[in-house]
Design a protein around this ligand. Structure first.
Ligand SMILES: [Fe+2]
Length: 232
């Protein structure tokens, strides 16, 4: 059985996505899943959606995806995110919008005999909870019975195993890493739940230049060069 790759939070960064998918192909991995946030932030959102759709990669709907299709592009806490989503709404193709609208809020994956449940964000709020850490009590409180909880949204790669053999995994972000490492992040899972975090350099200057061309200020794309969270 093929190894499993989990990708998340691409945010219109097709350059980083290509690098990640090339790496996945080189490894011969055919089981790929995406935890959402295909849109938001960067300019190649149509291309990102088209690529994931063409490859039949199962995806979850992230909070940016939801805001674009169901909330008129509004993310209440961020003027910047809202401004970008409203810009993307003007240019999104009908096909891409249709694909985004069809995304579920949950994926269930068989990971070498273990059951994994994936959400964009967390168990308390499937789409918009910043889960920076997970405790055994958190899993219990939310009656989580499966073996592995997989979440994205924070853009921070994380993995934690619990005494009862449950685990929590976050693959980090393909398109906008926020842990001080500017390389694209994703995760490979192999037999016996062997977890490998992969980091890949890509040419982020292409995104920075294109965003400039589209009239967006540097503070939105410059953090790609350093791997920092953008100031809102
Ligand atoms: Fe998100």
């Amino acid at each position: 059985m093929s190894n499993i790759a989990i990708i998340s939070d691409i945010h219109g960064n097709k350059v980083a996505l290509d690098e990640v998918l090339n790496d996945i192909d080189r490894r011969g991995i055919t089981r790929v899943y995406c935890l959402g946030d295909l849109v938001g932030y960067y300019c190649f959102f149509n291309e990102v959606i088209e690529t994931l759709a063409n490859r039949n990669i199962p995806c979850i709907m992230g909070n940016h995806d939801f805001a674009l299709v169901h909330n008129n592009g509004v993310i209440e806490r961020s003027v910047t995110c809202t401004r970008i989503l409203k810009w993307q709404m003007k240019f999104i193709t009908e096909k891409a919008r249709g694909f985004l609208s069809s995304l579920p809020e949950k994926l269930e994956i068989d990971m070498f005999g273990k059951k994994a449940t994936c959400y964009h964000a967390g168990l308390a709020d499937h789409r918009d909870e910043y889960l920076f850490d997970v405790s055994g009590d958190y899993l219990k409180e939310h009656n989580f019975k499966e073996d592995i909880l997989v979440t994205g949204h924070t853009h921070l790669p994380s993995y934690k195993k619990f005494y009862n053999s449950q685990a929590w995994l976050n693959p980090g972000s393909v398109g906008q890493p926020r842990d001080g490492d500017n390389r694209a992040s994703y995760v490979v899972i192999s037999e016996n739940l062997n977890i490998e975090f992969v980091r890949l350099s890509y040419n982020s200057r292409i995104i920075v230049e294109e965003m400039k061309k589209q009239g967006f200020e540097d503070y939105i794309s410059a953090p790609l060069l350093t791997g920092q969270k953008i100031g809102l």
